[in-house]
Ligand binder design. Structure first.
Ligand code: B4P
Length: 192
């Protein structure tokens, strides 16, 4: 079973590369960003709380995310080829929860970290904002999201380095080039 955790700053290409990986390797794609946006779109009370956080560029509390991931893993089909975790974990506490949950179901994962220069991140998200209609794709919110990434998400690289399943990818290149780097890692690791 192939489980991949795809991490990186906002706009680093997690969603973009996850779609390529899911198509090529036949794994399921779990985007926590999409799950949260679907909850917002449902108009529920929970969705309103989530909207207030996301539109300002803040993270949703770890406990709320835990429920989403636990429910997902517990209901994985028996014949699943694996999952690409897109945007989860985003804090060290989420990383610990995911390790424990995977262990409970006898699963493992590798972590791929998309490294992209800050100017490029901002440029990509501003561009995406012109068509996405996302409230969090504007300059002030983007800057806030990048600051949160540095404070809360970046430390998880050390967590995975320590656990020996960390792989960095240069995400500054074209989508096709980034995907080539990712495929090399996946193909090498799945042979072992
Ligand atoms: P996400 O939906 O995960 O999205 P993202 O970080 O903004 O973008 P991503 O990295 O997927 O970039 P994309 O491929 O679209 O998160 C949104 C919000 O949800 C978070 O800020 C947070 O509030 C909340 N959230 C989600 N998960 C959470 C969790 N676990 N805990 C707490 N809160 C959580 O690429 C961006 C743009 O760049 C696209 O337009 C794309 O076309 C372009 N692009 C991508 N790769 C490119 C390349 N190589 N070259 C040129 N352009 C490229």
């Amino acid at each position: 079973m192939l489980n991949i955790i795809l991490c990186g700053a906002p706009g680093s290409g997690k969603g973009t590369q996850s779609a390529f990986i899911a198509q090529k390797y036949g794994v399921q794609h779990l985007s926590t960003g999409d799950v949260l946006r679907a909850e917002i779109a449902s108009g529920s009370e929970l969705g309103k709380q989530i909207d207030a956080l996301i539109s300002k560029g803040n993270l949703v509390p770890d406990e709320m995310m835990y429920g989403v991931i636990e429910n997902y893993i517990a209901n994985l089909p028996k014949d699943s080829k694996g999952t690409i975790f897109d945007g989860y974990p985003r804090t060290v506490s989420q990383a610990e929860s995911l390790t424990n949950l995977l262990k409970k179901y006898n699963m493992e994962a590798i972590m791929i970290d998309l490294m992209v220069d800050e100017q490029l991140l901002i440029q990509r998200l501003i561009e995406r904002g012109k068509v996405s209609g996302r409230k969090d794709d504007n300059l002030n919110t983007i800057r806030h999201r990048i600051a949160i990434y540095h404070n809360q998400t970046e430390p998880i690289a050390h967590y995975y380095l320590h656990h020996g399943n960390y792989f960095a990818v240069n995400g500054n290149h074209t989508m096709a080039d980034v995907f080539l780097q990712i495929m090399r890692i996946i193909d090498r690791e799945s042979r072992q």
